[in-house]
Write a protein that binds this ligand. Sequence first.
Ligand code: FAD
Ligand code: SF4
Length: 506
Amino acid sequence: MTVIVPVLGDQLSPGLASLAAVDRAGTVVLMAEVMEEASYVPHHKQKLVLVFSAMRHFAAALRDAGWTVDYRALDATAPAASLTAALAAAVARHEADRVVAVLGGEHRLIEAQGAWAAATGVPVELLDDDRYLVSPALFESWAEGRKRLRMEDFYRWQRAETGILMADGVPVGGQWNFDKENRKPLAKGVRVPEPPRFEPDAVTRDVIAMVETRFAGNFGTLGRFGWPVTRAEALVALDAFIADRLGSFGDYQDALVEGEPTLFHALVSTSVNLGLLSPRECIDAAVAALEAGAPLNAVEGFVRQILGWREYVRGIYLREGPGYVGRNALGASRPLPEIYWTGASGMRCFDAAFEQTRDLAYAHHIQRLMVLGNFALLAGVDPHALHEWFLIVYADAYEWVEAPNVIGMSQFADGGLLGSKPYAAGGAYINRMGNHCAPCRYKVKERAGPDACPFNYLYWDFLARHAALLSKNQRLWTVYDGWNRFTPARQAEIRVDAARFLATIG
Ligand code: FAD
Ligand code: SF4
């Protein structure tokens, strides 16, 4: 009686439900690096190294803990093409009579898992992934019958349900949300602590060599690879965030600073998404820091990202189904401009976000939302093309978390399911939040002409293009009042500038 437990690349948690459900004796854990997963999009080289190295380290940790692990490396002779093929071969090799697995995070995987029983000829037990705080059924119980599915409502419900940052039934500090305090540009003289970087060990160096050879044409550089690839390293990264950066996380959450790619952000998404850290332990660490004196706006802001946003977008992704990534409520159809691959836009805010995306496989939230996403929204880029780009270029990218952020939050392509209005902004916002504008070749204060900041005229052009739909939105009435106060000649000038600029970026 042999049971096969396949562990997927983002299921690297010792407490995984499938591992907890079987006896070590009589179980073979299957871990396979397969081409299908490595190439469903041409991932950033750092993402490939991160996942394969973390998988290899996790397999070693399982063996140390007494598990039998059948590990199939991509560079071994005759690697399997797909997870299904790897599983079918393992069932035959080990003469297994049962498979126990945890459901994958993405529709693509869930669909493949549904065909595993037929492909292997043995019963397949698929367990819910209990590493999230909110199961799909619990999310449904919240969502059912609601007119709107807003993150803020979900978050407050979760706070009340879990008791996190609650005292006697009311939110700690008397407010649910301290977002208004969390919009400061970086103050002069504030030093940003250096986050830990994890020097590649022999295992990671092997994977780097393999990726440099087999995925030479993929996007991104590997020279600055320093992501945590083990749970021990991920814990060091979390501890460093709590000790050195959490205190200012809230204040500077939205800041954009030249030469500061990570600011006070936590840098835990890669580890939480792989399973090296649990979302709950990240929340608990922040709440413990509050008790030790960390500011409430910082702790609440961080808890909201994980207990709120992370759980909420997963619930939306699973609920909305595979068709979600194809939504295009604004009918945007521009192919992804070449500047997303070259970073040669001349717009300093954009190119800075691009450069760190290429070299670190990381950009922080405001760069993703208000620079790279905002630009695509204003330029009318096809949301599906942008979705694929975001899925390719970040080390923490998995469709379940990336798609709602891109299709919903950033592009308003779901027609307002996630957000009550598009996250569209002109250059003034980017200038207010940081210092990219000073060295930029464009002038943020100019609104027209070849030197004017492109975000300025693209912003108005976007609003004009979508006036029929968006001017009905109460939250945009004042903005449309502004547009309507421009003279027809001024409006025409804006639209000409926008068309001229868009023609130059392809
Ligand atoms: P911090 O800013 O320090 O936040 C702490 C943690 O909160 C993050 O690690 C993450 O787990 C969680 N979190 C914060 N914001 C969100 C959010 N909006 N949705 C879900 N979780 C959140 N996150 C991904 O993990 N993978 C993605 O592919 C991804 N794509 C994105 C695309 C766009 C267009 C946008 C606007 C956001 C995207 N995010 C994605 C969310 C967020 O930008 C990243 O989680 C964050 O930048 C990761 O860096 P950090 O760990 O330093 O996060
Ligand atoms: Fe970005 Fe415009 Fe500022 Fe240049 S001037 S950095 S394009 S916001």
